[in-house]
Ligand binder design. Structure first.
Ligand code: SF4
Length: 363
C-alpha cells in the first residue's frame, strides 16, 4: 500500500477502535493522571509527557500537583519556582509555556479551561496534539491525536510507506487518527493508541504476538513491520564543544542566568560558551569570560566534562576551574549574575548538564 492507497473503510476502523478500547480497559497501566478528569491535571501530564518517558514523568507530576494542585495555584507561582520543579525534565520552554498558559486560563477563563480542541490551541504551548488529548480525555470531544507513537502505530496498521515526517503524510495520518477515534469514548480510544505505541508497537522489536490489533494490521499481514515507519534520512546531528568556568569567591560559585526566550531561557549556568574552530579550550574560555563577564581569567585544571544531547545538536560541556581573575564580573550576556552557596542551589533551576557538573564543581 502506498501514499495513493484508498481511505480504510469505516467498518475496518471501527474494528480497530473496538479492539484497542477493550484491550486498554483490560490492561491499561494505573497512572496518576488516569485517575482524574480534571483538565488542569490532564493538560499538565500531556505537556510533561512530550519527549519524556512515563517513568520519569510520574515523580515530576506528583511533585508538581502537590505544589500546585490547581491552575490558579500555578498561575500565582513565581517563575523560578516553576522552573525549579521542572529542573531535569528538559525542553524548558514547556515549563515557561505552562506557566504562561495557567495565567491565561485564570485571566481569560476565570480558571476554566477552553473545552474544545480548537479553543485549547489558543493557550501558549498547546498545539494540535495536546489540544486533541485534553479535549478528548477531559471533555469527551472526538478529537484526534497524533504524536510520534501514534504516527508509528498508524503507519504500521495501514502499511503507509511514505516518510512520516513529510507534511502530506502527516496530514494523512491526522485523517486516519480521526477515523479511529471512538465517538462514544474518545478519551479511552486515544489513550489506547498512545499506550499501544508505548508498550506494544514499540520502535524496535514490536510485540506483535501480544498486540490487540494484530489481526487487523497491514504491516504484519504483508510482513513489513520491521521496515515501517519510513523516515526521510536525517542529517548528522552537529556536535559542539562548550567550555565553562568555576569562579569561586568565599565559598560561593558564580552563575549567570540565561536570557528568557532562548534555549534554556531563565536557567542558571556556569559562564562560558562555544569553542570556535582553531581555539584551544583555554583560549576559548578566556575569550568567553572576557565577553560575558568583562574579566581577565587564569584558567586552572579541568574539573569534569559531560555529554548532553539537545533536540538538534549534541554538546560536550568541559568545566574548568578559574584560578584567578582580574576585574569585577558584570553581566554582559546574562540577565543576572549570582554568587551562590551550596544551600542556595535549592532555589535556582539549572540545565541538566550543569546539574551533572555541580557535585564536581563543589569538590
Ligand atoms: S501487529 Fe505489530 S506492527 Fe501491527 S500494530 Fe500491532 S504491534 Fe504494531
Amino acid at each position: 500500500m502506498t501514499g495513493a492507497s484508498p481511505t480504510p473503510s469505516r467498518a475496518r476502523c471501527r474494528g480497530i477502535t473496538q479492539a484497542l478500547v477493550a484491550w486498554f480497559r483490560a490492561s491499561a497501566r494505573d497512572l496518576p493522571w488516569r485517575r482524574t478528569d480534571d483538565p488542569y491535571r490532564i493538560w499538565l501530564s500531556e505537556v510533561m509527557l512530550q519527549q519524556t518517558r512515563v517513568e520519569t514523568v510520574v515523580d515530576y507530576y506528583e511533585r508538581f500537583t502537590r505544589a500546585y494542585p490547581t491552575v490558579e495555584a500555578l498561575a500565582r507561582a513565581p517563575e523560578q519556582r516553576v522552573m525549579k520543579l521542572w529542573e531535569g525534565l528538559g525542553y524548558y520552554s514547556r515549563a515557561r509555556n505552562l506557566h504562561a498558559a495557567a495565567r491565561w486560563v485564570v485571566r481569560e477563563g476565570g480558571g476554566a479551561f477552553p473545552t474544545t480542541a480548537d479553543d485549547l490551541q489558543a493557550l501558549p504551548g498547546v498545539g494540535r496534539y495536546t489540544a486533541g488529548a485534553v479535549a478528548s480525555i477531559a471533555f469527551g470531544e472526538p478529537a484526534p491525536i497524533l504524536d510520534g507513537n501514534v504516527k508509528r502505530v498508524l503507519a504500521r496498521l495501514f502499511a503507509i510507506d511514505d516518510p512520516i515526517d513529510r507534511p502530506a503524510t502527516v496530514e494523512r495520518l491526522w485523517a486516519l487518527a480521526a477515523r479511529v477515534v471512538d465517538r462514544d469514548d474518545p478519551g479511552t480510544s486515544n489513550q489506547a493508541l498512545m499506550e499501544l505505541g508505548a508498550l506494544v508497537c514499540t520502535p524496535r522489536n514490536p510485540r506483535c504476538d501480544a498486540c490487540p490489533v494484530a489481526r487487523r494490521c497491514d504491516a504484519r499481514r504483508v510482513a513489513r513491520v520491521a521496515e515501517l515507519p519510513v523516515r526521510t534520512p536525517r542529517k548528522p546531528v552537529p556536535h559542539h564543544d562548550i567550555v565553562a568556568g568555576v569562579l569561586t569567591r568565599r565559598g560561593r560559585l558564580l552563575f549567570g542566568q540565561r536570557p528568557p526566550g532562548g534555549l534554556l531561557g531563565g536557567l542558571w549556568e556556569f559562564p562560558g560558551g562555544k569553542v570556535e574552530p582553531g581555539e584551544s579550550h583555554v583560549e576559548a574560555l578566556v575569550r568567553e569570560l572576557d565577553e560575558e563577564l568583562g574579566i581577565r581569567a587564569t584558567i586552572g585544571p579541568l574539573v569534569a566534562a559531560v555529554d548532553h544531547a539537545y533536540s538538534h545538536f549534541r554538546i560536550t560541556l568541559h568545566l574548568y576551574r578559574v584560578e584567578d581573575f582580574d576585574g569585577d564580573p558584570t553581566p554582559h550576556t546574562h540577565t543576572a549574575l549570582r554568587w551562590l552557596r551550596r544551600a542556595d542551589f535549592e532555589r535556582y533551576a539549572f540545565p541538566k548538564a550543569t546539574l551533572r557538573l555541580l557535585p564536581h564543581a563543589l569538590d
